[in-house]
Design a binder for this molecule. Structure first.
Ligand code: SAH
Length: 471
């Protein structure tokens, strides 16, 4: 982060704008909204700018820039089209540590003015760190369309109730839970529908009720196979809400980054035969944090109920009556197949798909081989890399054609996504020759032949490689 975002209280404080043209005018219009008193210094000053200055109670200095400000300014803005003047303003301001913004010249700025979405008292600021104001403005336009204009009224309502809520609920956690519940519920809907007085009644009723807001909760959330864009809206919402996050080895760092910034993060990942935190301890952690009144997010790769031990993790919660929700995620089979152009079913080639574990116990897989060997079906093996030779051998032994196509998908949907194809007879040798990185998924069936034709996804790592070869 190159700049620290801060919201500056400019009420009744003085700001100097150097420059009298249209750029200075735009800055003055923005800064005036904050309640600042604006002075302007320039040899020529546009009439509209003079009106704004007078409105804020400020003064105009019709003269070239000189370094003798009458006030100690809280903010100085250089908005001239003369680089020497802008540089002088910046240097003079920095001598006295006065925050200075130079329009379109980040190198001369100690502060930058972000693009703003104004739903006062709610204000969203977007900055590209001075790199691209256009990009920041485009993002602002997108955010504008997402935040209803009535959000400001919601902010005013919250402000009105702040003290009452503080009196009623003693801990910060209780107050946060109160507001989360209120803002997710009827009160907020009523404000957005323009019914403020009814919204106030709803908040009064909650305050008068015996609801204590100290009940913890667990969210068991599927994070998908790797690409953060494959998260569900619900997953993201709960990720932003949780106080504590317990996450797995399979959950990409970029996804963990999307959790609430101040949430406590606990890595409980396990390698296949190397349990970092034993399952029973994970279950206990979920219970114990929830019993402390926390919102606990258990973030799992793919889908929590598909080879994810989700059932075991919520078992003790259910026994202890701890509230929980389960949010499905895109499982590795769906993600890897889609991003590899391999439809898992197809009217011509495969009438069913079976998801099985390829995890070996004592070097054998205890699977129903006869049923997996029927030709017109797709079989997807999770955790199957180590057992690959045994899987191929058993499928052939039980009658599946040795030329049946098979794909091994490495780190599906991520920048390292790679697909290695072969047949039941050849794939084990091919995989030995290629350096394969976990996790990998194995897809068996005629649908794998469609990969060549339907493949559309080029991972960023490969784009990068291609660039290097062409350079
Ligand atoms: N709950 C997860 C599966 C966990 S079991 C889900 O629904 O996807 C772990 C196995 O999932 C790995 O050994 C691998 O076979 C598979 N897997 C998970 N993510 C993967 C990915 N991005 N690419 C390939 N395989 C993946």
């Amino acid at each position: 982060m190159e700049f620290l975002p801060l919201f500056f209280n400019m009420h009744d404080r003085h700001c100097l704008i150097v420059g009298g043209g249209s750029i200075a005018l735009r800055k003055a219009q923005l800064i005036a909204k904050s309640g600042a008193t604006i002075d302007v210094m320039a040899p020529n000053i546009e009439a509209e700018l003079i009106t704004i200055v007078e409105h804020t109670g400020g003064r105009t200095f019709v003269q070239p820039y000189c370094d003798s400000p009458q006030h100690t300014y809280a903010l100085i803005v250089a908005a001239t089209n003369d680089n020497d003047v802008n540089t002088a303003v910046s240097q003079d301001a920095q001598k006295t540590n006065t925050p200075v913004n130079v329009v379109d010249n980040p190198a001369l700025c100690s502060v930058i003015l972000p693009a703003i979405i104004d739903r006062s008292p709610v204000v969203v600021a977007v900055s590209s760190g001075g790199k691209s104001p256009v990009l920041a403005r485009q993002l602002r336009t997108k955010i504008e369309s997402l935040i209803p204009s009535a959000y400001g009224r919601l902010g005013i309502l919250v402000g009105k109730f702040r003290d009452a809520v503080k009196k009623r609920y003693k801990t910060i956690d209780q107050r946060r839970l109160f507001w989360e519940s209120a803002l997710n519920g009827a009160a907020s809907e009523l404000v957005l529908a323009g019914k403020e007085s009814q919204a106030e009644d709803v908040l009064q009723q909650i305050l008068a009720s015996d609801e204590e807001f100290n009940q913890g909760e667990v969210y068991l959330v599927g994070a998908g196979p790797g690409d953060p864009d494959l998260l569900t809206f619900k997953a993201l919402r709960l990720m932003q809400k949780a106080d504590v996050v317990l996450y797995d080895r399979l959950v990409a760092d970029q996804i963990v980054e999307l959790c609430r910034k101040d949430a406590e993060r606990i890595y409980v990942g396990k390698a296949r035969s190397n349990h970092a935190v034993p399952q029973i301890e994970i279950n206990e952690l979920l219970v114990s944090y929830a019993q402390q009144g926390k919102k606990v997010l258990r973030l799992k790769g793919g889908d929590p109920f598909i080879f994810g031990r989700g059932g075991e993790e919520i078992d003790s919660l259910a026994e202890l009556n701890i509230p929980f929700q389960v949010v499905p995620g895109i499982t590795a089979a769906a993600g890897c197949a889609s991003y590899s152009g391999i439809p898992l079913t197809h009217r011509d080639y495969s009438q069913s798909v079976t998801l099985v574990t390829g995890h070996l116990k004592n070097n054998t897989t205890d699977l129903n081989w006869p049923s997996l060997s029927y030709n017109k079906q797709t079989v997807v093996f999770y955790m199957g890399l180590t057992g690959l030779p045994i899987i191929c051998r058993e499928l052939i032994n039980y009658g599946r054609d040795k030329d049946t196509p098979i794909a091994l998908v490495q780190q599906g949907t991520t920048p390292n996504h790679r697909v290695i194809t072969g047949t039941l007879e050849t794939i084990s040798d091919i995989v030995i020759r290629k350096k394969v990185k976990a996790p990998t998924l194995i897809i068996v069936g005629d649908v794998v032949n469609l990969h060549e034709k339907l493949n559309w996804f080029t991972p960023t790592s490969q784009l990068h490689c291609n660039n290097q070869t062409t350079v």
